[in-house]
Design a protein. Sequence first.
Length: 295
Amino acid sequence: MTTPFTAKKAHILSQLAVPDSDYSDLSPIGAVDPNIRQLVHEINELEGFVTTSSCSGRIAVYLEGSPKTSSLSTEDDSVTAKTTTGGKGGGQWLYVSHDPLRVDDTDEPSIVLALLNLPTSNSIVFPAHVNSTRYIHLKFEPLILHILCPSLSHAQHALSAALTSGFRESGISSINVDGMVMVAVRTAGLAFDSIIGFANDTGLQSLMVTEQYLRTLIAVANARFVVNEKRKGRFRETLLHAVSKPAHGEKGDEWEPTHARRERKRAEGLQRKADAERLRSEQNVAAKVDGLDGG
């Protein structure tokens, strides 16, 4: 029997099966990045789980869009939709990498700047008008993953695995009328965003920091890649282990972290609300049908 979840999962998997050359999404590279593809595949192999969006973590250089038509978003799961080139925000990704940057101490400054698609001028310049300036950001963004589940019991496995693996800002982001639950796996603790330059009204880009400062930011980002990869590995192992174990009741002997229990209770409340709304909708439809029959 086909359920709303199995139909949704089949549709998502059919899109993921398209070759990278033909597949496109809202991410800067337009596809599932290689560093998370195996994890996505393993999650999608599990019954009751399907990934809807993902990023393994990245270092990026981003030029803001016009202040008159866009505003920066601090939400990890909304930044892509608002800042892709040609999109509503009008911003531009100058550089994106899902791997650490290899910069040698012997590299010339121009090599480091060129690697990040930044101006190679050695001069440091500051904008004359702060409010109307389009700033250039160098940022590190850790793994983010959205997993759709058919029930709260499935979602609890993903949420508990995320929280105990270091993705502290993970949570239930939505429950729809069909009972499907969206789990957002994410953390803000590893992320950073530093303004390093700007573009003037003509589009000319200038740096506001030294090349040595950029090297420091790259070193910080590379260190966070390592931590991010370890957390990703822990999440994978914890989730696969949890799904393979027999289920326990709430009073069973399986330990549940306090923050995971809090999120589960919140999600259960949202589920009850969604069920009540669905019941009211069905009752309203039934009442209208009875009225038509009585007439």
